[in-house]
Write a protein that binds this ligand. Structure first.
Ligand code: ADP
Ligand code: MN
Ligand code: MN
Ligand code: MN
Length: 338
């Protein structure tokens, strides 16, 4: 007998990469195989902005495997990284560098928890927006209840269920401040591990939204004007931060010393979202503070009380690449601490 494997990868679309996938039929002898034992595969890089037409072959190498909650049975989702035919990382492959840094600082046990905000669209406007107009201003939608405040809950519930069935380390969901805007959280887990989980959770979101005839987008500013943008708050700790407060402050200082470099890698269009309004700090200034949702980095109040825990980098955009962001934070904080 055979089963289906959905090979998922990240393409070369600029400025924000997209997800692609295709199905491989595997012999049941492959059941339970680790990523390294699954077959490598190929695709046409000239159709994904990853190769010229006259030299179009790119390689897919499996890096993580999950049970497929959509097809069920023995079918699987296979997260892949993209390689050149000489088996070195493709220029669009951001995972390889993330895995390297993850390995380098493994003894410091870096953990990440990421809050993915996103927005549903239908017929060209956010789900819940009246056609050709605007709903009541934001104020009641965040964590709301009722058909006048919350739009798309059936999709969100189906996505959450699928993530749990797939073994994604999902840690929660909530309705956000704009109609049709939602959030799910993954974590905690290691840099490359949680990034794999986030990319597969995004794939499941788009895939499940298909069934409901809506689209989901990680556009960081889906509606101009007086509406919050969409972010990907990135929560971070090392073993030392989980055990004491000085390393928490040291991490904030280390991130402040490289603020500009970080903001530039936190997702296309970040200037439009980090304006200083709508619970953001301006992208040109770095700040950190306890409970402060207007700071670049927030130290949760409980962390100050306990004198240990984690910090929240509030700057990353919803469209950020978690391999880039988790690699950068790990490198900056851990290199300063070692
Ligand atoms: P917020 O109050 O900012 O909305 P959420 O509850 O949405 O916070 O998200 C908190 C995130 O922090 C979760 O993804 C969770 O996994 C993560 N988290 C919790 N503890 C840690 C830790 N010690 N290190 C890193 N991330 C953590
Ligand atoms: Mn949150
Ligand atoms: Mn949020
Ligand atoms: Mn947050």
């Amino acid at each position: 007998m055979v089963h289906k494997a959905e090979y998922i990868w990240i393409d070369g679309t600029e400025p924000t990469a997209r997800l692609r996938s295709k199905t491989k039929i595997l012999d049941d002898k492959m059941l339970g195989a680790a990523p390294d034992d699954l077959p490598i595969w190929g695709f046409d890089g000239s159709s994904t902005n990853q190769a010229p037409g006259d030299n179009s072959d790119c390689v897919l190498r499996p890096v993580a495997v999950f049970p497929d909650p959509i097809r069920g049975g023995d079918d699987i989702l296979v997260m892949c990284e993209v390689l050149l035919v000489d088996m070195t990382p493709h220029p669009t492959n951001t995972r390889a560098a993330c895995a390297e840094i993850s390995e380098k600082y493994a003894d410091m046990e870096p953990w990440f928890g990421i809050e993915q905000e996103y927005t549903f669209f239908k017929d060209g406007h956010p789900l819940g927006f009246p056609i050709g107009g605007f709903p009541a201003p934001q104020g009641f939608y965040y964590c709301g209840v009722g058909a006048d405040e919350v739009f798309g809950r059936d999709v969100v519930e189906a996505h959450l269920e699928a993530c749990i069935e797939a073994g994604i380390k999902v840690s929660g969901i909530n309705a956000e401040v704009m109609p049709g805007q939602w959030e799910f959280q993954v974590g905690p887990g290691g840099p490359d591990e949680i990034s794999d989980h986030l990319w597969v959770a995004r794939w499941l979101l788009y895939r499940i939204a298909e069934e409901f005839g809506v689209t989901a987008t990680v556009d960081p500013k889906p509606v101009k004007g007086d509406w919050n943008g969409a972010g990907c708050h990135t929560n971070f700790s090392t073993k030392a931060m989980r055990e004491g407060y000085d390393p928490i402050i040291a991490a904030c200082e280390a991130l402040g010393a490289k603020a500009e470099e970080h903001v530039r890698a936190y997702g296309a269009g970040i200037e439009d979202r980090l304006t200083g309004a709508h619970e953001t700090a301006p992208w040109t200034e770095f700040s950190y503070g306890v409970s402060n949702r207007g700071a670049s980095i927030r130290i949760p109040w409980q962390v100050e009380v306990d004198k240990k825990g984690y910090i929240e980098d509030r700057r990353p955009n919803a469209n950020m690449d978690p391999y880039v962001v988790t690699k950068m934070i790990t490198d900056t904080v851990c290199s300063a601490a070692s």
